[in-house]
Design a protein around this ligand. Structure first.
Ligand code: MG
Length: 389
């Protein structure tokens, strides 16, 4: 019998009351179910690949930019800090945070968009219509099906609560497919409404806080954004001024870092205060009551607005920067070229993928698992020209 976790709030997810794993397994002698999930994620192949996958900048563009791996670690750090203050389950937060991007393709969103377009063009008018490619769903596929580590089952056999957190978004069509396979499971809330656990809600927000902050850092480091430009964003500028008030001589890198640090802290405390208040107002007393309520982990209205403005700034000035767009155009081409080639020449696939009856999905799984540089190398091998010399 597992000890229920002391110090947890009544609305926190309790590993001793988990809704369980898809394949029954004996409990571990010393680790809770969520600790075990976290450990399984860290030991997975997909997790190790995150180090060579793009966040915004391609992996080989510079050694100091965020990758999916360092991004996931930052999400876990922010998530744990907030979880501890709210007495939520830190292990569950960490498991979800470390797994949330496992399904990302190479080349970030450009890669995913290209793969989605390829799958949708193929799906149109077939029984698979609308399935396309979604990275959240792919993260779930990685932990449910694609990892091959255990003798008795495919995937990592994670707990319901971890899987629920990984499936952050899901189209209705895909939710219906999942629901048919797993009635009342992780996709049900996309069909019938309801919220995920507080730990899952927290990971969503920690994800947003993390990328808004680190994309400013990487954007300035890359030279695509200037500090003056970022200072036009109210949220950032508030903390830049505060940093300068405390340290009038501060400039350059250190001013950037100190401003981001103050901004991160303010957002973390804002989430903690706002969520405490909302939990009190909602009067939730269990994870089930949390699932029946509207989402409760959030920024205050003011912080939400200012965070949105920062996100829009990054979208316009960094993600849509001509230099980033030029790279993402090439990345999209790599992905769609590979997709077409593997589909018409399955002998180019590894045997395990070539033998699968669901070839388009097998091709999508194979490409989604690639690191940036592996995809580039495969493209060179199959097409003879170097799109990223
Ligand atoms: Mg993320």
């Amino acid at each position: 019998m597992q000890a229920s976790s002391p110090g947890l709030a009544p609305y926190a997810s309790d590993p001793a009351r988990s809704r369980g794993r898809r394949h029954a397994e004996p409990e571990a002698p010393t680790r809770s179910a969520f600790q075990r999930d976290r450990d399984r994620v860290i030991h997975s192949t997909a997790f190790r690949r995150l180090v060579y996958k793009t966040q915004v900048f391609l992996n080989h563009e510079g050694d100091l930019f965020r990758t999916r791996l360092t991004h996931s670690l930052e999400v876990a750090q922010l998530g744990r800090s907030i979880a501890r203050a709210l007495r939520l389950n830190e292990d569950l937060v960490e498991a979800i945070a470390l797994a949330h991007d496992l399904g990302h393709t190479p080349f970030g969103h450009a890669g995913q968009d290209a793969l989605h377009a390829c799958m949708q063009a193929l799906d149109a008018g077939t029984a698979h219509d609308g399935q396309g490619f979604e990275h959240n769903l792919q993260s779930l596929r990685v932990v449910d099906e694609l990892e091959e580590r255990y003798p008795a089952f495919d995937g990592l056999n994670l707990c319901f609560e971890t899987r629920e957190g990984i499936l952050k978004h899901c189209s209705r069509a895909n939710a219906q497919r999942l629901e048919a396979r797993e009635p009342g499971g992780v996709a049900t809330r996309f069909l019938r409404g309801g919220s995920p656990s507080l730990e899952a809600q927290l990971c969503n927000l920690a994800d947003e806080i993390a990328y808004n902050a680190h994309d400013i850092d990487d954007g300035v480091r890359s030279g695509l954004l200037t500090l003056e430009q970022v200072a036009s964003v109210e949220l950032f500028d508030t903390y830049r001024r505060r940093a300068l008030a405390a340290h009038p001589q501060l400039g350059g890198r250190r001013l950037l870092f100190e401003s981001i640090r103050l901004m991160l802290s303010a957002q973390v405390y804002d989430v903690i205060d706002t969520t405490r208040e909302r939990l009190r107002d909602a009067g939730v007393a269990s994870p089930d009551e949390v699932r029946a309520a509207r989402p409760l982990v959030d920024f205050s209205d003011g912080m939400r607005q200012r965070s949105r403005a920062l996100k829009q700034f990054l979208f316009r000035n960094l993600y849509r920067h001509p230099q980033v767009m030029e790279t993402t155009d090439r990345a999209r081409r790599v992905v769609s070229d590979l997709f077409e080639r593997y589909l018409e020449a399955p002998a180019e696939l590894p045997p395990a993928h070539a033998l699968r009856p669901d070839r388009p999905r097998a091709v999508a799984d194979y490409i989604a698992g690639m690191t940036d540089r592996f995809a580039i190398r495969e493209h060179e091998r199959l097409f003879g020209s170097a799109l990223f010399p």
